[in-house]
Design a protein around this ligand. Sequence first.
Ligand SMILES: Cc1cc2nc3c(=O)[nH]c(=O)nc-3n(C[C@H](O)[C@H](O)[C@H](O)COP(=O)(O)OP(=O)(O)OC[C@H]3O[C@@H](n4cnc5c(N)ncnc54)[C@H](O)[C@@H]3O)c2cc1C
Length: 472
Amino acid sequence: MMIDEGLTESPLKPAYGPQFSFIFFSTQTKMMKIAILVLSGIAVAHCQGSADTACSLLQSELGDNVSFPGSAAYAEAIAHFEPTSSQNSTCSVAPTSANEVATILKIVGREDIRAPFAVKGSGHANNVGHSSTVGVQIALSGFTDVSYDLEASTATFGPGLSFDEIYEYLEQFNVSVVGARAAGVGVGLVLGGGYSWITNQYGLAIDNIVSLDVVLPNGTFVTVTDAAHPDLMFGLRGGLNNFGIVTSFTVKAYPLSSVWGGIVVYNVDDSAGEDPVARAIADFSLNNKDKKSQLNAGFTITGGQSLWQVILFHDGPTVPDVFQPFLQIPNNSSNLVEGGSFTEFLSLLNVLGDTIPGGFYDVVPIVHYTEPLISAFKTQANLTYTQAISDNRSISTVLINLELFHGMFQHSVPSAYPHSPCREVTPCNPWILFRVSEICGYPMRVHSGYMRVMRVMRVPITLCLSCRILVD
Ligand SMILES: Cc1cc2nc3c(=O)[nH]c(=O)nc-3n(C[C@H](O)[C@H](O)[C@H](O)COP(=O)(O)OP(=O)(O)OC[C@H]3O[C@@H](n4cnc5c(N)ncnc54)[C@H](O)[C@@H]3O)c2cc1C
């Protein structure tokens, strides 16, 4: 299951005809197909009509907070990190208080309206429909408060901020929170799971929630804590937008000041029959005990060239011993910084380049990355890329992101995202990027074939490596 995007449909969000009609078409009779087409048409018309009604009611209640196609505010509200995650909503609304959020939910959820809607923080969801809609786009960009409570060692922030903005504010106190590993990513991460550069030390973002201010689907406002609303807290930890809209997050803060790290890029040359980077990664995966040191390795094929992009991070100013093997392998380039601030480190990590085309990614859970497994993943990535080139399609990059966490589930608290310390897994993300001009069908097909093989290929390797690799 994907860590952050398993449960993204709100219970208030009705399901509409077109999705269902595709499923039925293969098995139904001609008459039934016609009936379904008619019903689908009615559903689409209802969907559009209900969104139009909701938008005009929202405009009369919230005035300038509501925007329509053609305006800059609307364009910003529907924009996503990957353009393929965006949809053209009927209108967008940007509330600035919990009361306004309640007003919005009461309108879109009204029995006679039931308009489709989506909730967007910083728009880093990788799939269309997770924080985008053709109905009412609710953009939380107006919630930008952030503060630090020295006595309680907690930070409080709004959903309009991205993690780099939160880190930057906290740096004056020499503390940080468990949040995103890349600039721009938003607080949806806290409700979905949340893997950070300090996760080996302190767990996932959901393990560090202290309290959440939430507007429930019926418009009621509650402050959710483990003591006051344990069931709701359980659901919100991993349940994303399924239980309400969070207007303020309070999470534990930890000391963090001077760090070491950056990216090292290596050309991949398998001609001698071995890959020293894969060996160093496997060794780190199997043997690392230093919780302050984390790494993330991307096997990337782009422009016909294969690269390893290895991000090294250490919570401390100087290079730890565990990274020495990586520094001894000849590399293409590196931007390692010693003793810099955490936000300086984040600014070094632009692995995907400046222009993000369309993309899909998914997650394969792994216990340990071994050399045979890494080699099998590389083979599959190469096949996927070669196939796309021979099909003359615009897949620009095939990437497998190996995430090498250790002991991160030791901090696990009860949550809707199960992460038991008895069944520790670390994510592997097969990712493809393609030009938006490419019709989504081809990349989707390629990606799902890629994923199928990635999931299946763990099994025989598991058998020959004495169950080091998890089989679901
Ligand atoms: C480049 C990149 C780097 C990433 N790095 C990491 C990483 O280091 N660690 C990690 O764990 N994940 C990472 N992710 C995945 C990311 O955590 C998730 O996509 C996360 O959900 C993004 O949150 P967002 O607010 O930016 O996204 P959005 O698309 O705005 O929201 C994501 C989901 O959260 C819901 N949501 C957002 N805010 C609220 C709210 N206030 N109340 C209720 N529901 C809400 C949305 O409805 C949607 O379902 C990364 C993704 C990308 C594209």
